[in-house]
Design a protein around this ligand. Structure first.
Ligand code: TMP
Ligand code: ASP
Length: 233
């Protein structure tokens, strides 16, 4: 497959067109941002870890029935994906209170939620990705009812699959963010699944093994990303 013009450059990835109009090449970057791009930095080796980890998890999810955009890893930092049109939604799944949920509701970080929490944000950098609910999604026509049903079903399937998978590797899946896209008129899972988009804690020590180490200046960021990759592959 031939890599053609860059279609889009995001904060953590570049997306390229290819000679197949139904396929893109995604290139994962070492650039890291937080707080809507206010904090900037580099996590050496992140692109390689996130590419490998996303590929591995998307493959596992496909086997479990979660249709997604992943096709094939083609280099350290690149994968071929289906050319989806991303829906402007961030879908957040939470098992344990952390980050913005802990802050917003005054819960101690680490509080186990009695049941899984699903949240939506409107993907808009200028607005800082504000939280929305299903009524906003419907009223703003961000997704149809049928599409939303699939998104919710997939979000819980991803949670069940990844909780079990990470659990076997001695990692607790605290929360994560998903994005979905349209391909041939169908909603499928897209974007990435990595320590950038998941909170992952060591099951024994609760040590953070994710991007919170960068967000909160905790040090050993590169080591944490490599630790997760080492445990899962
Ligand atoms: P939050 O607690 O900051 O709302 O984050 C919830 C989850 O979503 C956490 O696993 C990190 C992930 N996330 C992203 O992937 N991108 C983002 O822009 C934000 C704010 C969070
Ligand atoms: N990636 C997001 C940003 O730069 C936020 C985050 O992951 O914390 O704004």
């Amino acid at each position: 497959m031939e890599k053609l013009d860059m279609l889009y450059e995001g904060k953590a990835k570049k997306v390229f067109k290819t000679n197949d109009e139904k396929r893109y090449i995604v290139e994962y970057k070492d650039d890291a941002t937080a707080f809507n791009g206010e904090k900037k930095g580099t996590i050496v080796g992140k692109g390689i870890v996130n590419n490998k980890m996303s590929g591995l998890l998307f493959k596992l999810l496909e086997e479990k029935g979660v249709k997604n955009h992943f096709e094939e890893i083609i280099s350290d930092k690149e994968m071929i994906v289906k050319a989806v049109k991303i829906l402007p939604l961030e879908v957040i799944v939470r098992n344990v209170a952390a980050g913005s949920l802990a802050k917003r509701l005054g819960l101690k970080e680490g509080t186990i939620m009695k049941s899984t929490v699903l949240e939506f944000s409107y993907k808009d950098d200028d607005l800082g990705d504000p939280m929305i609910n299903e009524y906003h999604i419907k009223a703003m026509e961000l997704a149809t009812d049928e599409q939303l049903d699939i998104i919710k079903k997939y979000a819980f399937m991803v949670n069940d699959t990844l909780m079990e998978f990470f659990g076997q590797k001695g990692i607790k899946l605290i929360d994560f963010k998903l994005e979905f896209g349209l391909f041939d008129g169908e909603v499928i899972l897209a974007d990435e699944i990595s320590p950038d988009t998941c909170r992952l804690w060591d099951a024994k020590t609760n040590e953070k093994l994710d991007k919170d180490r960068f967000r909160r200046d905790m040090g050993n960021v590169e080591e944490a990303y490599l630790e997760v990759l080492g445990r899962i592959q």
